[in-house]
Design a protein around this ligand. Structure first.
Ligand code: GLY
Ligand code: MN
Ligand code: MN
Length: 431
């Protein structure tokens, strides 16, 4: 790992809160993700299952966690299974996780080799009243490939059909929505790394620079700062590409007079930043670009103020829509007739701002969250209003990362330059 491990107290605390939510005598099983084949004898980079990491701090593949509050077999309330290193693994991959290290990272006392898992599971499952399975649920994503958790659930169901099965997903999701101070620190670190990379771009960008050169600057800066890498594929979009929401080709030259929209975020200790900045390639915004930029910034600033405990997210998104409508009217992009005749399900502003404003941020860039429950202190949201005008090659999105607290929103990205004048000062060597 390139990052400094997070304190094991965080993972201990997460397990404790999870176990408090399930009745005593319940056995909960969490598997790591699969190592996914790429082709030949190569694999895609391994990414730990976020729920398993959240409860254990372990990033190595082939890991299983059992949580069994009230287990009648003494010492088996928390058991972690890790892969036993062999000669080949040590020769090809080098240092492997040992029980001592796994104990230190996770705070779990009982760490066993994975080859004991089957026998111990057989014994514990017969001692349990019910079994909690983690099914990698997501309300807006369905993979055609079953995850390891899902396959193991099918096997257990076939083997122990008379057991009572429950879902861990909703419980872990509820916990993950409210970030602990150590998690906020990790997100803050990811944001700081991203902000530093942004200032490197401000210094190197000029007409003729390729989008991939900007990407390379960001990637190098991330790695130099101990980030694992990008939390998601970076969008480095110039000119007309600023209006392509998920543009990741990043292969065009940045031209004089155009804008460059960069949506990028470092991953640090498994936590994501998700920042967007839009800057003028030549170092100065045109009058029109500046007017649109200031409109987006105004909507962002007003929206951030609404990220308070108790806010209803649907109402929040409607209010952001009203703010955006006012700005688009002022810019002459829509008129009062458009607003009067609009279909409430497809308001006029959506022609220029067609995506949501905020999502949860954490271990996943689109972190799990309960959409229909009020905002709570400890939630971390993005705030990313935008205006896209393809006919003018102007796409401007500004995205900050906000911690909700009882005392008001805290902008974790407050130090990432955003004022148009500040951006211009940086680009012209005045900062
Ligand atoms: N970078 C993905 C998003 O902004 O949601
Ligand atoms: Mn983003
Ligand atoms: Mn986002």
């Amino acid at each position: 790992m390139k990052y400094y491990p997070l304190p094991s107290e965080l993972f201990r605390f997460n397990r404790q809160r999870f176990m408090e939510q399930i009745p005593t005598g319940s056995l909960a099983i969490f598997h790591s993700n699969d190592l996914m084949p790429r082709s030949g004898d190569t694999f895609f980079p391994f990414r730990q299952n976020n729920d398993l990491y959240y409860l254990s701090g372990i990033e190595q593949e082939e890991t299983v966690l059992l949580l069994f509050p009230g287990c009648t077999k003494s010492g088996f309330e928390e058991v972690l299974f890790i892969r036993k290193p062999n000669e080949r693994l040590l020769r090809y991959e080098g240092e492997q996780l040992t029980p001592t290290k796994a104990r230190r990272f996770s705070g779990i006392e009982k760490v066993l080799w994975l080859d004991e898992y089957e026998a111990i599971l057989r014994e514990l499952i017969l001692l349990s009243e019910r079994v909690y399975l983690n099914l990698d649920e997501h309300d807006r994503f369905h993979s055609p490939v079953l995850t390891r958790n899902q396959r193991m659930a099918q096997q257990l169901n076939a083997q122990y059909p008379a057991h009572q099965y429950q879902r861990s997903g909703p419980l872990v999701k509820r916990l993950r929505m409210v970030k602990s101070p150590a998690e906020v620190d990790a997100i803050q670190q990811a944001v700081n790394i991203t902000g530093q990379a942004f200032t490197e771009v401000l210094k190197m960008l000029e007409p003729g620079v390729q989008e991939y050169e900007v990407e390379a600057t960001i990637t190098a800066s991330f790695l130099q700062q101990r980030a694992t890498g990008h939390a998601y594929d970076p969008i480095i979009a110039s000119g007309a590409n600023t209006c392509v929401l998920h543009y990741t080709n990043n292969n065009k030259p940045c031209r004089e007079g155009e804008l460059l929209l960069m949506d990028f975020g470092a991953e640090y200790a498994f936590y994501a930043a998700d920042i967007t900045r839009t800057i003028p390639v030549s170092g100065r915004f045109s009058e029109r670009q500046r007017a649109v930029y200031d409109a987006v910034l105004k909507v962002q600033r007003e929206s951030i103020k609404m990220l308070l405990p108790g806010t209803d997210l649907d109402e929040y998104h409607r209010e952001v829509g009203r703010l955006m409508e006012a700005e688009l009217l002022a810019l002459g992009l829509i008129d009062s007739t458009d607003v009067k005749n609009q279909d409430p399900k497809q308001p006029a502003y959506k022609k220029y701002f067609m995506h949501g404003t905020s999502h949860h941020l954490g271990l996943d860039v689109h972190d799990p969250g309960l959409r229909y429950e009020p905002v709570q202190a400890g939630n971390v949201f993005t705030c990313e209003p935008a205006i896209y005008i393809p006919e003018e090659k102007i796409g401007i999105r500004l995205e900050n990362n906000i911690l909700v607290t009882e005392k008001g929103p805290i902008d974790l990205s407050a130090r990432v330059p955003i004022e148009a004048s500040e951006i211009e000062a940086w680009m012209n060597g005045a900062s």
